[in-house]
Design a protein around this ligand. Structure first.
Ligand SMILES: [Zn+2]
Length: 118
């Protein structure tokens, strides 16, 4: 069984310089999350938001190239969807950081232990 990822689940984006935010922390958000028995579940229509973080360093090892990202999860359940948007099920390598090219992982399912796909 795998737990669906909930609204506001934390995520990490990788492949940034060690001197900057590595990994860069974010979370999945939605202005209108779908709910199942009151539990808000993330879908591929929701966005993983990352606040400003550096993607390069200058000669003094100070971070440069600050960007924030809003990324839709691309790897979702193949069998369960809502309005044709797949529910977020996988935790690892669900999207790509558009600044670093590195993978984005959910660090947890956001506390969900109730709604699962077997
Ligand atoms: Zn980034």
């Amino acid at each position: 069984m795998t737990n669906y990822v909930l609204h506001e689940a934390p995520a990490d984006a990788f492949d940034h310089p060690d001197e900057c935010s590595e990994p860069a922390p974010g979370e999945i958000t939605s202005s209108n999350p779908i709910t199942y028995n009151g539990t808000p579940i993330a879908t591929e229509a929701d966005v993983i938001e990352f606040e400003d973080h550096g993607h390069d360093t200058d000669e003094d090892d100070d971070c440069t190239d600050f960007q924030s990202h809003e990324v839709n999860p691309e790897v979702v359940s193949g069998s369960v969807s809502y309005n044709s948007d797949g529910l977020c099920l996988e935790l690892s390598d669900v999207a790509t950081d558009p600044g670093s090219g590195g993978p984005i992982d959910f660090t947890s399912s956001g506390g969900n232990s109730v709604v699962t796909e077997s």
